[in-house]
Design a protein around this ligand. Structure first.
Ligand code: GLC
Length: 608
């Protein structure tokens, strides 16, 4: 039987069932299937070969050899072609998965960093063309590099053709968004729907005076929410999705996915219909382009995140951001107390090993302080003052801190705020370099390396934020750019500092010390099987709350990691695992009965 028919046959009944549950529209389902067939036919022979090899090796992304990097095309190289020319640097950084931050057509000044898409089938002209993108994905595949891009499915730009036609009063297009001619329904939504950007874009609706309607805009006013109750929206967006997959994209990040279904009287987040849609997307991938991975952007509390994996039998996303662990890591940096981090890691480690997390220290967005406050309350720590403490700490307002972060979306009503800044600037490198304080530089370099060593030891796929590999600092210049000044996330979205990157080859510079330490860690990680997702991971009691202990165990091999979050050396007293160990970084043999870890230092040990 034909390959497409075979794959369709596996999923047809469930796909049809779910589609009919949402839309009860057989002819639109028929149309969808015909379009899937069309995209299968259009898919190149090279991509189909990748599909087949990954179908035969479904664990291909669960091993220990993937290392990602998120980068902005313009910041990194200028254009797609320039990124192609810089693939050597990607390889030199041991990276074999690049996430190209949003690059589809958008309107400068109303782009939300590219997350307001004007045309899903066109690249921003200043970055290049679709042909350039295909050439880049081909080159990447030839070098064993996977390419990830965003699929911004919750909304379009107000300049997208559909939005323009809706604004002109064409009913067919108005029905693709949420249009209301009075405040009655929007007002009712506002009673239950929280705000994403309380300061930079308050409210969830925007008044369009020229056509006398309110339109739903959960994010910025120029990002119009799509109405997935309309099967036309689903079918067209799936066609856009497959069009992009066929350009050679390996990993598709589904942006803001919890928000895609709206119901009056709810928070309009994580509704069950969202899961129906994501499950359908997973089946659509498996039918047309089974090598493609779905990465869900679910920045929510843990009990909301995990359901986006679906079940082992009926999976949804292949990968999800380990967002609570990321935020808890920074909480640990500030407090030097690993108690909460241990609890968080224990929860993640208890999940089925099929679930793959994307681990990271920083990304293009703010840090939202989504911590487990119920747990913190047991220690007398309350949410509001604790967030204020963390925000003060990371702005360098606390005695122990030389961080240089900035607040993001400080909510005047709730007093809540989030935080921005690069890893290096949050770890004090910027302040230390400004004062040329050699000891402070050493301490922040140690902290940056230790945090990466700890992040690489979690289960899942580590992803670097471009520039972190050389300790790149904040970009304060955004304050002077009128298109960016209101959005402090641009603080950590600066241009790649290629002069600093050249220092990575100059022994003794901070860039060199960070880059070489990370390289060593990355090489070790790719070599040691116990870093694979299949390993049994656990936290261990070190007897000191500033000292985190992690183990990974696979096929009789045991790794032990010790990470000191304090500014003083700490000794682990109560490590259970007996035997002789080797320090992977140095090759030295060690006995672990009583081990002292330097301030902001770490050990990666392997049982001999
Ligand atoms: C995601 C992106 C963020 C963007 C938002 C709206 O959360 O990570 O940068 O502002 O979606 O598309």
């Amino acid at each position: 039987m034909h390959e497409f028919e075979q794959r369709l046959r596996i999923h047809h009944d469930e796909l049809r069932w779910l589609y009919m549950e949402l839309y009860n529209n057989g002819s639109m389902f028929y149309e969808l299937v015909e379009r899937l067939r069309g995209f299968y036919e259009e898919r190149s022979a090279d991509l189909k070969a990748i599909d087949r090899s990954r179908e035969a090796d479904p664990d291909w992304y669960r091993r220990n050899d993937l290392l990602g990097m998120m980068l902005y095309i313009d910041n990194f190289g200028g254009t797609i072609n320039a990124v192609r020319e810089k693939l050597d640097y990607i390889r030199k950084s041991n990276v074999n998965y690049i996430h190209l931050m949003p690059f589809l057509d958008t309107v400068p000044g109303r782009s939300d960093g590219g997350y307001a898409v004007k045309d899903f089938r066109k690249v921003q002209p200043k970055l290049g063309t679709m042909e350039d993108l295909e050439a880049l994905t081909k080159d990447c595949h030839a070098s064993g590099i996977q390419v990830c891009m965003d699929f911004v499915m919750n909304h379009t730009s107000e300049d997208h053709e559909w939005a323009v036609r809706a604004r002109n009063g064409e009913g067919e297009y108005m029905s693709r968004y949420f249009f209301f001619d009075s405040w009655d329904i929007p007002g009712a939504y506002e009673k239950t729907v929280p705000q994403v950007f309380p300061t930079t874009a308050p409210g969830n609706f925007t008044w369009l005076s020229e056509c006398g309607h309110h339109v739903m805009t959960t994010f910025y006013p120029y990002q119009w929410d799509l109405n997935y109750k309309n099967p036309r929206v689903f079918n067209e967006m799936m066609a856009n999705f497959l069009y992009l997959a066929n350009r050679g994209i390996d990993i598709i990040r589904i942006d803001a996915v919890p928000y895609i279904w709206k119901e009056l009287g709810t928070q309009c987040r994580n509704l069950k219909q969202v899961h129906t849609i994501v499950r359908m997307m997973r089946m659509i991938c498996e039918i047309v382009c089974p090598s493609v991975l779905l990465l869900g952007e679910v920045v929510m509390e843990p009990e909301k995140v995990v359901p986006y994996f679906g079940t082992v039998e009926k999976p949804e996303c292949h990968m999800l951001y380990n967002v609570t662990t990321m935020a808890t890591t920074w909480h640990t940096v500030a407090t030097r107390d690993t108690t909460l981090l241990r609890e968080q890691l224990d929860k993640v480690f208890a999940l089925p090993k099929e679930y793959v997390f994307l681990n990271y220290l920083r990304c293009h967005d703010d840090i939202g302080w989504g911590l487990d406050y119920d747990s913190l309350r047991r220690f007398g720590i309350e949410e509001r003052p604790h967030k204020a403490y963390l925000n003060n700490y990371f702005r360098g307002h606390d005695g122990l801190s030389n961080s240089m972060g900035e607040l993001y979306n400080e909510d005047p009503v709730t007093g809540d705020a989030r935080l921005c800044g690069t890893t290096a600037s949050l770890c004090g490198l910027q302040a230390a370099r400004m004062t040329e304080d050699a000891e402070a530089i050493d301490q922040s370099v140690d902290a940056i390396v230790m945090l990466h060593a700890y992040m690489f030891m979690q289960s899942g796929i580590p992803v670097l934020y471009s520039g972190d590999e050389i300790g790149q600092l904040n970009d304060d210049g955004y304050h002077n750019d009128p298109n960016k000044a209101d959005d402090s996330r641009y603080l950590h979205r600066g241009k790649m500092d290629w002069a600093a990157a050249a220092n990575a080859d100059m022994v003794g510079t901070p860039e060199n010390r960070i880059f070489t330490a990370l390289s060593r860690l990355e090489t070790l990680r790719a070599k040691e099987n116990a870093f694979a997702c299949a390993a049994h991971a656990a936290t261990v009691d070190t007897g000191d709350r500033a000292l985190l202990g992690l183990t990974r165990c696979l096929d009789g091999e045991l790794l032990l990691g010790l990470f000191n979050f304090s500014d003083e050396p700490k000794t682990a007293e109560t490590l259970a695992s007996e035997g002789a160990y080797m320090d992977l970084m140095t090759g030295n043999k060690m006995h672990i009965s009583r081990i002292t870890v330097p301030a902001k230092g770490f050990f990666w040990l392997k049982r001999l």
